[in-house]
Design a protein around this ligand. Sequence first.
Ligand code: FAD
Length: 317
Amino acid sequence: MKVSEHIKNSKNTLISFEILPPLKGKGMSAIYEVLDPLMELKPSFINVTYHRYDYMFREIEKDIFKKIYVRKRPGTVGICAAIQYKYKVDAVPHLICGGFTKDESEDALIDLNYLGIENVLVLRGDPAKDEKSFKPEKGGHPYAIGLVEQVMKMNRGEYLNPDLKSALSTDFEVGVAGYPEKHNEAPNMATDLRHLKAKVDAGAKSITTQMFFDNDKYFKFVENCREAGIDVPIIPGLKPITRRSQVKSIPRTFSVDIPDDLTDAIENCKDDKAAMQVGKEWIIEQTKGLIKGGAPIIHYYTMGKVNNMIDIAKSSF
Ligand code: FAD
């Protein structure tokens, strides 16, 4: 089922999770260990992130190192298929522009279509570790909107090769990302919203937000989107703090604010166990507020921390 249909068919706030593919070399059991307990919470769908290549230095001769590129977390497409077939729950693979040519994106979409996957979350991706700013692959998309348009064309049977006259039309529903506190590269919120609206006008049917720790920012974002003419569901993304150090690393990595109260409470924790408890209680309150405010789905970024998630969801819904 499409994400928008899940929302349309439910009167209540739904739940979804986002998981990471395991590190290269681990088996499917690593994913099932994460998913088995989450299934108890009856998620409407499971998102699976996509990770571009990373680089490392490998010694090729004594004291001679070569920079090589590796994808540390491959497997998004296969994991999505396994989720749909094992649990009969919709899987939402993330598709990124970074590191992909348009042809490679087309091939990934063909695989997803064969596997019966109906939803994709389309993203640009962050700059690679060795880049100062995002650089598209040669022959790839510089912004997410290009990939949204590519999926829409495939939905009309238009593939990259114009000679394919009777190509099969796909039927993907596309979701995109939105930033209640503005994307870090956007000069201002109004410009960021204009680019977000362009993705929706191009065919995106839902927006999933970056994490935030203050619900007012989400509600204000929804209001601004509606004023800007963006009328698709806006799914709030939540991530609990699990370590003391995240008070510094999360704002740096994701360009989001952590409210004073939460910062103080975490900094006063004597260890990470205590910080995790504070983070958990904060997200429970956030979830309750979002449900009360009519959020269509609560989307949890699990980052592999499942026990925490189960406690949060059970205490909030
Ligand atoms: P875009 O929509 O392309 O926007 C990027 C920037 O460019 C913004 O500042 C925007 O305002 C601007 N912009 C957009 N269009 C134009 C234009 N036409 N001209 C000029 N400027 C423009 N990353 C991964 O690598 N893998 C994942 O699985 C992943 N999952 C994510 C899930 C969610 C819910 C979110 C919120 C983020 C996720 N990310 C993931 C991170 C994401 O890739 C980064 O935040 C990235 O920097 C921006 O992606 P985007 O799709 O929002 O980009």
